[in-house]
Design a protein around this ligand. Structure first.
Ligand SMILES: O=c1ccn([C@@H]2O[C@H](COP(=O)(O)OP(=O)(O)O[C@H]3O[C@H](CS(=O)(=O)O)[C@@H](O)[C@H](O)[C@H]3O)[C@@H](O)[C@H]2O)c(=O)[nH]1
Length: 483
C-alpha cells in the first residue's frame, strides 16, 4: 500500500519488509561498528513520483540547453550561453546524491534554471554523521522539508527518489519513472579519511562508489541510451606527478610512436582510488556501448552559500568542519572562528586545485548544457585556483586579523601518506572555454565565510577538529572514530 509522503511523492515499500537503516548501537558519542551498517544491502523503500509521465525529452544536439527561468539570482556565464542557443522546453536531470554538500546546491541551481530535476539519494551521508558522532556546522533540514520549502519559494517541484543506487532494482525504477536526459552523479562516499578508517569503510567506499557507478552505466544502457552522464571525479585521481597535469589525456611519444592516452593515475586513498576505478569503467563503456560521459575532476570545494541556498534557512547547505568530512579551507575558517589553531598537516606544501561551491554548480550546468557526444569520454579539470595548505592558512590568518581574530597555526603530524613539498601545475581550461566565470577566492568571500563560521560557532564541537584517521594505522578491526 502506498503511503502519502507529500502532494507529489509517494512512498512505496519494497517487496522486502526490512528497514534500510539498521538501529545504531550508540553509546553517547561512541559508535560500535562490529556489524557494519552497510552489510545490509536489502531492498528498501522507493519514493516514486505520482506525477504523470511527461513526453520523452531526449536531446541529441550537443549544444542543446534548457530554458533559463532564473528567479532573482544573478546572471552567470552559463545563463548567457544558454540564452543564445536552441532551448528545449524541459530537460530532465537526475541528481544522484542530491542531498549532499555539492549535490544539494546543484539540484537547486538546476531547478532554478528551469531544468526538471529529480534527486536520488539514500540519505546515507546523514547516517555517517550519526555513526561518527559528528555534525554539520549549519543546521540542515530533512530532505522532505528542503523540497517543500523550495516548492513554496520557487514554485518548482523537485522529484525525490530515496534509495541506494547499488540496488539495481531501485535504480531501474527511478530511471524508468523519471526518464532523465542527464544524470549528475554525486552519489558517492566522498571522504578520503572516511575510506581510511578501517577495512570495512575501505570496502564500503569502493563497493558503494564503483558498483553504484556501474549500475548507473547499466541503467543508461538499458533504459536511456541517449542520456548524458556527468560524473563527479576528483583531481586526486592524478596525484602529484612531477610534470604538468593535463585534462584527462596526455600525448606521449614512446620509441618513435605517438599516442594520446589517459593521463596516469596515482590516487592516494581508497576513496580517491574508487574514482580512478570509476573513470576506467566509464571510459570502457563509452567505447563499448557508446555511452556519452563527462568526468568532472573536481578539486577541493569551499564555501557554503549559493544563490538558491540563501533564499531561506531551510534551504541552507551543510558545512563540514570535522577531521573526516571537513575540507581544508572550510575547516580553517571554522578553526579561526573558534580560536583553534589552524591544523596544517606536515610541511603544508601540499598543493591542490580549489573552487568555490558557486562554481561547482556553474560547471555542472555547463557540462549538461554542452553534452559529450555519443561514445565520447570527456574529462574536465574542475577547479579555478591552486593553493598549498600553507597558502590557505596564510589567507585565513590575514582575513581573520581584519575581523579581530588572533589566528594561530600549528603543524600537525601528517595523518596521511602524501607528498608535502612537490611540483603542481594542473591545466583547467576546458570549462573556461565553455563559459565558466570563476568566483576566485577573495578577501570578501573569506570575510563572509569567517563571519558565517562565527555566526554558528556555538554549534562547533572542538573535539571533532583534530584529525584522527591515520593512513598507516588502518587495520582490519572495525574502528570507533569519535571520542
Ligand atoms: O586540516 C587539514 C585538512 C587537510 N589538510 C591537507 O589539505 C589537503 C586537502 O585535503 P582536504 O581534506 O581538503 O581534501 P581531500 O581529502 O583531498 O578531499 C576533498 O577534495 C577532493 C578533491 S582533491 O583534493 O582530490 O583535488 C575531493 O575529491 C574530495 O571529495 C574532498 O573531500 C591534503 O593535503 C590534506 O593533508 C591539512 O593540511 N589540514
Amino acid at each position: 500500500m502506498a503511503h502519502l509522503l507529500s502532494t507529489h511523492c509517494t512512498l512505496i515499500p519494497s517487496p522486502a519488509t526490512k528497514m534500510f537503516f539498521k538501529p545504531l548501537n550508540q553509546c553517547s558519542a561512541i559508535v560500535h561498528t562490529s556489524v557494519p551498517f552497510w552489510a545490509d544491502r536489502s531492498p528498501r523503500m522507493v519514493v516514486k513520483s505520482q506525477r504523470k509521465r511527461q513526453e520523452k525529452q531526449y536531446v541529441s544536439s550537443p549544444m542543446a540547453t534548457p530554458i533559463s527561468q532564473e528567479t532573482g539570482s544573478k546572471s552567470s556565464a552559463a545563463s548567457h550561453k544558454i540564452q543564445n542557443e536552441s532551448i528545449p522546453k524541459c530537460k530532465k536531470v537526475m541528481v544522484i546524491g542530491g542531498d549532499g554538500y555539492c549535490g544539494w546546491a546543484t539540484a537547486l541551481h538546476l531547478s532554478n534554471k528551469g531544468y526538471d530535476v529529480a534527486i536520488v539519494d539514500s540519505l546515507v551521508r546523514r547516517l555517517f554523521d550519526q555513526q561518527l558522532g559528528i555534525d554539520s556546522l549549519t543546521p540542515i533540514s530533512s530532505i522532505q522539508n528542503r523540497l517543500h520549502r523550495w516548492k513554496s519559494i520557487s514554485g518548482k517541484t523537485i522529484q525525490l527518489y530515496i534509495g541506494d543506487i547499488c540496488d539495481f532494482e531501485f535504480l531501474s525504477e527511478a530511471f524508468k519513472s523519471f526518464e532523465p536526459d542527464s544524470v549528475v552523479h554525486f552519489g558517492e562516499q566522498r571522504s578520503a579519511p572516511y575510506s581510511m578508517i578501517d577495512r570495512s569503510r575501505a570496502v564500503f567506499t569502493q563497493h558503494n562508489n564503483v558498483i553504484g557507478t556501474l549500475n548507473v552505466l547499466f541503467a543508461i544502457k538499458e533504459f536511456r541510451e541517449e542520456c548524458h552522464l556527468v560524473k563527479l571525479g576528483t583531481m586526486g585521481e592524478y596525484g602529484t606527478p612531477n610534470i604538468d597535469i593535463e585534462e584527462g589525456y596526455i600525448t606521449i611519444t614512446h620509441n618513435g610512436r605517438t599516442d594520446t592516452l589517459p593521463y596516469p593515475k596515482q590516487a592516494s586513498s581508497f576513496y580517491h582510488l574508487s574514482k580512478v576505478h570509476d573513470s576506467h569503467n566509464i571510459a570502457f563503456t563509452c567505447k563499448a556501448w557508446g555511452i556519452r560521459a563527462t568526468d568532472l575532476n573536481q578539486g577541493v570545494v569551499y564555501g557554503v552559500r549559493t544563490d538558491e541556498t540563501e533564499m531561506h534557512e531551510e534551504l541552507c547547505n551543510r558545512f563540514d568542519y570535522d577531521g573526516v568530512f571537513g575540507t581544508a579551507l572550510n575547516r580553517f575558517c571554522v578553526q579561526a572562528a573558534v580560536r583553534h589553531p589552524l591544523t596544517v598537516y606536515g610541511k603544508g606544501g601540499q598543493t591542490r586545485g580549489y573552487l568555490d561551491i558557486r562554481d561547482t554548480v556553474q560547471c555542472v550546468e555547463l557540462a549538461i548544457a554542452n553534452p559529450a557526444k555519443q561514445g565520447e569520454f570527456r574529462v574536465f579539470n574542475q577547479f579555478t585556483e591552486q593553493f598549498s595548505v600553507n597558502d590557505v592558512a596564510g589567507l585565513v590568518t590575514k582575513a581573520g586579523k581584519k575581523l579581530g581574530l588572533d589566528v594561530q597555526t600549528i603543524s600537525v603530524p601528517n595523518p596521511r601518506v602524501e607528498a608535502e613539498e612537490h611540483y603542481y601545475n594542473a591545466k583547467h581550461t576546458k570549462l573556461i572555454e565553455l563559459g565558466l566565470r570563476p568566483h576566485l577566492l577573495s578577501d570578501s568571500l573569506l570575510d563572509s565565510l569567517l563571519n558565517f563560521a562565527i555566526k554558528f560557532q556555538d554549534r562547533v564541537d572542538a573535539a571533532q577538529i583534530m584529525p584522527n584517521v591515520s593512513w598507516k594505522k588502518i587495520g582490519v578491526k572495525p574502528r570507533t572514530v569519535a571520542v
